[in-house]
Design a protein around this ligand. Sequence first.
Ligand code: ASP
Length: 304
Amino acid sequence: MRSIISITDLTLEEIEHLIAVARDIIVHPERYSAVCRGKKLATLFFEPSTRTRLSFEAAMQELGGTVLGFSEAQSSSAAKGESVADTARTVSCYADIIAMRHPKEGAPMVAAQHATVPVINGGDGGHNHPTQTLADLLTIHMEKGRFDNLTVGFCGDLKFGRTVHSLITAMARYPGVRFVLISPEELKVPSYVKIPLKANNITYIQTTELREVIPELDILYMTRVQRERFFNEADYVRLKDSYILTPDKLTNARDDLSIMHPLPRVNEIPVAIDRDPRACYFKQVLYGKYIRMALIMMLLEVTK
Ligand code: ASP
């Protein structure tokens, strides 16, 4: 029994395996339609979600399993003061695997310590989001065919953006990767996220200027400013439109640039960009379901 709390809970070989399985599911979904028959996934979402929760649920259903759970803290006994530990012990009596999102950093780890079934972190506060990273890695694999020797630009709220933290951690394990970190001064990547960069000799630059660096990028990972993590609304309002990817900013970008975004977007990517063949963000949405199918299978130790 194992849980996935951080992307580093998976080895590079396991990530390669998950990607291979996800790619096989895309081609032969019928071969996987009953592998989780009789198994139950619980989705415990203490914070809003569209893609993560619904893709987990769709993933389990497409594997032949069933789902139960809640989509807001208020409809669970958390509203009565029940601890995450007791919730996890309780749900372990009803489900074979748990996907959990929580506004507090570390809550899924606490759940994993008390659950008797695998727990998957579906996003914990401004910390980590390993399954979004798996969706991102599958997208990069489909688009680029590799993870090494890529220049990856992250733009927007790099301080609170948990998908950024997890993807930087994941990509820092591949050789020849270079990061371009584009954010306002107040929303720079936290220093703990940069520790593996030094350890792995990964080069990175930090800048406030998107337009200047766009021509260098293989991947541009846009993010929204994370309103719910701000202490005061005035700061959010001041920073929310720091970067808007207008078509003119893409004039000097590479033809094979991949534009990614974990979604939801607010206004950092105008709808006009959706028609650009370089836009990948709705592919990420779809791939997120397939890679979660592969992850559920791995943790439940089922094969086709
Ligand atoms: N959906 C992603 C997350 O849950 C990105 C975001 O909310 O901006 O972290």
